[in-house]
Design a protein around this ligand. Sequence first.
Ligand code: PLP
Length: 466
Amino acid sequence: ENQNISDTREHHQLRAADAANLLHPWADLSALGDESAMVIKSAKGVHVYDSNGKQYLDAIGGMWCITLGYGNEELIEAMAQQAREMVYYTPFGDMSSSPAARLAKKLAELAPGDLNRAHFTTCGSTAIDSAVRTAHYYFAAQGRPEKRHVLSRRNAYHGSTYLAASLCGKLADRTLFHYEADFVHHLASPEYDPDIATESADERLSALLEDMESEINRIGAENIACFVAEPILASGGVLVPPEGYHKATLDLCHKYDILYISDEVVTAFGRLGHFFASEVHFDILPDMIVAAKGISSGYQPLGVVMISDRIIDSIKANAPEDNPVFSNGYTYSGHPVACATAIANINIMERDNICAHVQELGPYFLSELRKLSSSPIVYTVRGHHLMACVECWTGEEAGPTERNIALAQRVDQYCEEAGVLVRPYENLCIMSPPLIVDRDDVDRIVTVMGDAIKRAQRDLDMGELD
Ligand code: PLP
C-alpha cells in the first residue's frame, strides 16, 4: 500500500513538473500549464506503461521509431558497452570513431545502387537539412550557386529545423514561425486512394506530373537544386502516391538536372519490409536517401544522409582549392553510442529476419484493418505494410473538418481506454507498430480499433459531437 501511495505521489509530481516547466514539441499552447500530460514511465516489448501502471500496446511505435520494441537487452548492452569503451570524441575533420566507420560501411552495403557515402546527423530534421545543403554545395562547387531552389510537396513533413520546417507542406504545421519562402516551393500533394478518388490513377498521375513540370518551368530548371520527397507521405496522412509516380518524378528530375532526395525517415529500416524502400518498392534510385528513426530502433538519436558516389566525386573534384572543406555537421554527428546501437540494431534485424517478418505480417495487418472501412464513419483505410491510417468522417464533408477531427479524437480516446495507443492526427488515427508485433498483437489492435469506431459512431448518432 505504501508503494501505491508513493507511486501516486510520484505521478502527481511528474505531472506538476511537466506542467510547470516543460514545453513539448507541438505543444497545444491553450493547454500549457494544465496537468494533463500522459506520463509514460516504463516499457517492454510492444507495451508501454503509464505512471499509474496501466499497460498499452504501443501501435505508434513511439513516434514511428521503435522498431525492435522496448527493453531489448542486446541494444541496451550495445549502448552500455560503447559508453564504457569510448562514449564520445569529436567527429570533425579527420577524426573518426570505430562505430561511425563500421556503420557507414554497413549502410553502404544495405543502401541501393551507388549510395555509398554516409553523412551522419542527429535526427531526421538535421539529415534533411544536411541533404539540401549538400545539394547546394554540389551545384555551387560546379559554379552554379543560383541552382539552389528546392521542390517539396503540400502535405509533406520533413522535420523542424528552419529549413526542414520550411519544406513541410501541411498547413497545420505552418503557424506563426518564419518559413523560407524565397527558394522553397510546394508541388501538389500526390495522395491517391482508389477507393475514394473521383479521377483515375492515370489522370491523377498526369495532373501531378504536369504540376511538377510547369512549376519547374516557372522557377527555371537552372535555378532548382533538388526535389525532396517521402516515398509515402507519413505524417501528412500515410498518403500513398499513384503507381508510377516515383519513377516519373525521378525522370523529370533527371531531365532537368535536379537532384532527387528521398526522405526515408519513416520508410527505411524495415517499416515497409526492407532496409530501404525507394528502389525495392518504388523503383527509384535517388541521388540521396535520408534516414533516421528506425536506424537505431529509436534507442538513440541518429540521422543519416546516404549520398551517391557521383555526387561525392563531383563535390570532391570541384571543391575550391583555397578552402576544400565540407562545413556541415554537428558535435554529435555519428555519435559513437548511437552508431554502436544502430550496428546492433541492423545485426538483430538481419539475424531475426525482421524484414521477412514485416513482409509477411504487413499485408495481413492492412487486410484486417481494411475490413473496418465498412463502417459509415470510416472514410478510408490506407497504408503499406506496418504503416497505416484510418481516416474518420461524420458523413458530411471529408477531410480535417472540426467534426471529423472530434470524431477521430473519440476513436483515439476509446482505443486508449482499451489499452491501445494510436497516433491522433487531425481526423486520422495513424499506426506504425513496432516491427516485432505478432498476429495476436495485430488482431488486438484491429479489434480495439473496431470497437472504438463502433463507440464513436454511437456518440455521433446520439448527437454527442454536436
Ligand atoms: N522526415 C519524415 C518523413 C518524418 O516523418 C520526420 C519525423 O517524423 C522527419 C523527417 C523529422 O525527423 P526528426 O523528428 O527525427 O527530426
